[in-house]
Design a protein around this ligand. Structure first.
Ligand code: ATP
Length: 350
């Protein structure tokens, strides 16, 4: 009873007048939608929003500007981030954290919302040792690798962009009856690779979840045998999607190795940064908008040190310390379906 009374009294005293926001790490489509919804929600509660530029560099350099409703009136459809993003190595040093704290105090910031990935959340946690304002993270990364949330902002758009590109590559691959190896983003996790691989009906998906460098030779031999089997079955085209940072020497080396061992021309294609750009799709806009509102509401409810997340279609909050503990793994059923059933089509009779 006493605890409830104390919490009630404490919540009555949470007075937030100014929220700072920044976007950090790799940009992701939908970050602008999140900025917009934070400004709208804050305005609803008479809270001012200060946008800091270039990720945490904005805190180091005191580079910021108040964000008004007018500033965010037509940004929901824009890719990238109007606040810019950047890496900021100074945040790893005590001096940088002190500098960031000085800026937050100087600008009378009561709470800080950071939209980014796990690195950006580690930045927030480090900042908590120096600054006593409230902090909340919003998961914004195309990689979808943050533990505790079903989806991160930008993932849906990124996989649709990749899918669109691969559908086009499939046309030319069909016309020339070619083998294509396509490299997808995702740093060290295969969420993009597996989801795109399944959606574009790739003949093979090679990612961290089903590949080990120790078995590189076997993988190469299996791929070569499968390509030959596919050719015998008169497959028009053969697409292998590959996660970035996977094959030593990169995807061009993998295509060369496969050409040598199979005797069939294999072409490498790196999709690269187009996966990070473009107008956010409806799913990312809606997710970002829900999360932006929830971040402001969470702060007003006294949340400090949490990530806004979506689990089973419902918004909740998870301690940042928990989300940075593990990288979210790709669903095992997705990996099994691809490896045990879908990847075997070349060996089946058409
Ligand atoms: P993405 O996965 O999309 O690239 P991210 O947020 O993980 O996003 P990082 O480059 O890992 O991207 O981190 C972004 C920034 O967060 C760093 O440039 C740095 O300023 C800050 N940061 C990262 N790790 C730490 C840490 N351990 N302590 C303090 N700050 C950190």
């Amino acid at each position: 009873m006493l605890i409830i009374a104390i919490l009630l009294i404490k919540s009555l005293f949470i007075m937030i007048k100014r929220i700072g926001i920044l976007t950090s790490g790799g940009d992701a489509p939908g970050m602008n939608a999140a900025i917009r919804s934070i400004v709208l929600a804050a305005s609803h509660f008479d809270i001012e929003v200060i946008g800091f530029y270039h990720g945490y560099n904005g805190l180091i350099d005191d580079n910021c500007k108040p964000l008004t409703l007018r500033d965010v009136s037509s940004i929901i459809q824009l890719g990238g981030t109007i606040l810019k993003s950047a890496r900021c190595p100074q945040m790893l040093q005590p001096q940088g954290l002190k500098q960031a704290t000085t800026t937050l105090l100087k600008n009378k910031i009561d709470a800080l919302i950071v939209i980014g990935g796990d690195g950006s959340f580690k930045g927030l946690l480090s900042l908590q040792d120096h600054w006593h304002g409230q902090v909340i993270g919003i998961p914004g990364t195309i990689d979808n690798d943050l533990d505790g949330t079903d989806y991160t902002i930008g993932f849906s758009t990124a996989i649709n962009t990749a899918l669109d590109a691969i559908d086009k590559i499939r046309d030319t691959a069909d016309a020339f009856e070619r083998v294509f190896l396509i490299e997808l983003m995702g740093r060290h996790s295969g969420h993009i690779t597996f989801n795109v691989g399944i959606a574009c009906a790739a003949e093979q998906v090679i990612s961290f979840e089903n590949f080990s460098p120790d078995n590189a030779k076997e993988t190469l031999e299996k791929l070569a045998a499968d390509i030959h089997a596919a050719k015998k079955q008169h497959h028009h085209s053969y697409i292998i999607v590959v996660a970035e940072n996977l094959w030593q020497g990169g995807i061009t080396k993998l295509a060369d190795d496969l050409t040598t061992i199979s005797g069939i021309d294999c072409t490498a294609c790196v999709l690269g940064y187009i996966q990070r750009g473009g107008s956010p799709d409806a799913k990312d806009r809606i997710l970002a908008t829900k999360m932006g509102v929830a971040a402001v509401q969470g702060l007003l409810d006294g949340k400090d040190g949490f990530m806004v997340c979506e689990q089973n279609n419902s918004i909740s909050y998870l301690p940042l310390t928990l989300t940075i503990k593990h990288t979210k793994t790709v669903s095992e059923s997705l990996v099994r379906a691809q490896d045990n059933i879908l990847a075997l089509t070349a060996k089946q009779n058409f």
